[in-house]
Design a protein around this ligand. Sequence first.
Ligand code: NDP
Length: 324
Amino acid sequence: MVKAMRMHKVGGPEVLTWEDVEVPAPKQGEALIRATAVGLNYIDTYHRSGLYPVPMPAIIGSEGAGVVEAVGPGVTEVAVGDRVAYGNGPIGSYAEKRVMPSHRLLKLPASIDDRQAASMMLKGMTAQYLIRRTYRVKAGETVLVHAAAGGVGLIMCQWLKHLGATVIGTAGDKAKAELARKHGADHVILYREEDFAAKVKEITGGKLLPVVFDGVGKDTWEKSLDCLQPRGLMVSYGNASGAVPPINIAVLNTKGSLFLTRPSLNGYVTKRDELVETANDLFDVVAKGAVKIGINQSYALKDAAQAHRDLEARKTTGSTVFTL
Ligand code: NDP
């Protein structure tokens, strides 16, 4: 038996309870991981609330680091004793130990410690695919990143700066705006007070943007479209303020022959090669100091409910890690 945060029904943070759970022996293609650090992500709140349904009872969590304690038959990617991390499904990282499909595991380079890894695999690989593949950002381009002081946001600001882009960020308050600026945002708009589309128009001298990265969802959807140049790309990749309501696609025409995508990390790491390349790109920018992973909050895993409350109340910045 090990301890895990388990839920038996969807709901508020209180549904997460610290329980004894059985961990099965690893089967074909699986590895048993002893967790050393676990990451918090906004998607954990969607799994908990039921926005993204998961079978019950559930142990949520999609990001973590640890040590391989055992492997099942046919495992080639990792071996017992390896320090590993992961950032995409299946859920189950909120536990002292878990089994994982070995093809989802990445061996950690010595330059990345476990807490860093647990804070960056999902968020950093997301930043990678968004700015390198969903839209390949080029030096000299100006782009918009919503919630720029958040977990994905701070990584994107730094990486975009490293690529030579001009970054416009949005943030919920002045302290977050300052943090985003320190991480590479050239302009930060306080979108709870200011009309961010009008500000983008002003900052760009009316030229607007080739791409908007929007993880906020419902509250920013409409105005994000107004930030785009004709044929610009709207990247709607999350729902921190709630899901974007069903849309009439004619809006893409009336707002300038726009493109729209609703991507997810899983769709960009469908094959082992893609996963390894994505992770290596992330490890590279972190190892050379171009992207620093700020762990701005830390909680014991058994206090995950409080971490969820703080994340949903917009009290956190950057990455949050759970200790065991
Ligand atoms: P963050 O640390 O960015 O936290 C969410 C932030 O969103 C808050 O800090 C807050 O920043 C902002 N926000 C705006 N409106 C609200 C609201 N009504 N309630 C709560 N927060 C709000 O989280 P993550 O870095 O974990 O994730 C960022 C987004 O990226 C999420 O939507 C997540 O689902 C998405 N995501 C998508 C992935 C994909 O592949 N599609 C993968 C990983 C993440 P502020 O106060 O500054 O507005």
